[in-house]
Design a protein around this ligand. Sequence first.
Ligand code: SR1
Ligand code: MG
Length: 418
Amino acid sequence: QDEYRILRDTDLRDYLAELPEVAALLGGSPGGWSISEVGDGNLNLVFIVRGTKGGIAVKQALPYVRLVGESWPLPLSRSHYEHLALVHQARLAPGLVPAVLHHNEALALIAMELLEPHIIMRKGLVSGTCYPHFVDHMTTFLARTLFLSSDLAVPAAQKKEGIAAFSGNHALCKITEDLIFTDPYFQAEQNRWTSPWLDATAAHFREDLDLHVAVSRLKLKFLASPEALVHGDLHTGSIMVTENETRVIDPEFAFYGPMGFDLGAVIGNLIMSYLASAGHERAPGERRSFEAWVLETIENVWAEFSRKFVGLWRDEANGDAYAATLFSGEAGAARLEAERRAYMDRLFQDMVGFSAAKIIRRILGLAHNIDFEWIEDPRLRAICEARSLRLARAMMVDAPSFRTIGAVTKAAREVRDW
Ligand code: SR1
Ligand code: MG
């Protein structure tokens, strides 16, 4: 068995040369392969390797958080969970994740299909690009991975085995527990924000007990609700797109958690994209149509997700929850249908709260995003971030007042003019 070491140029080339399938896919002699490190995420190394015939992506986990350095160790086992999640997701939502070509657990390395000409969706959004198939692809991914790993779809024993298989990924969960649900709400050393204009809001958030209660409820839900296999980090930087294709990457934070967390990640990041748009240079017509598309996308993600999720519940409910014997006959069917609506209402509330948590962490916590960071004018950036914080606070503290996704987009539109 290999011993862990960080694979760089020659070492990686020699390693891949020994993998017949990978070498055949790349083509040509290993000496002629080009290797470049392209990782711009917070945790890992990512290499693109090209030969005469084709290319692959190679992801290797570092034993520490890349963003911070060796002072913050992080288990290599995250690569094992990422691989496991990719395999599960490929089965549950075929064609929506990259194909795995090779995995070496000891080296914490995964070789994957090279997604080309895909780009990271966040970058496309920052440049004002709309993705016409995103709603369909993403809601298929969300509905299928969440429903089909839940107690609505699988028998209890299988579900419990799933929970057990991912239970060791607690170091990655702990990052989320701290960075999303705790740090932005007190004076954590790693917190940062990019402008003194946000000092007062950050200070208010540190004193705001309504907000502290709301975020603590969300944290408890995150800690103690193994509803389904969640991706765990489903922001727009974990999605690669072309005009016609969508792939979800990087599920190293995967575990059995609350479904609303993945939904909230998608919606929260779209809201940030919408509210950051005012800070990026765009022709007025382009800005209007991009922002209209983002709002429409937010509405359609929820609408299509719920339609697909409930459809799966009607057609593929093989789990132990809601035993069919308890809902027989016409009255039983009608009652179960009403219960499905109530379930979706609760999930919607979770999504609203988690969206808000995702927004706040990207503005007041450690890890930021280019939606805001690439806004050049510091004053404009602060305005976009302040609007986002205002909306997020309302969504978190007063989630029940947002009864429909239309109420969320209406509030986003209003805060955009604030
Ligand atoms: C220190 S890790 C910061 C963030 O990077 C990942 O993409 C996750 O979002 C995590 O919270
Ligand atoms: Mg990632």
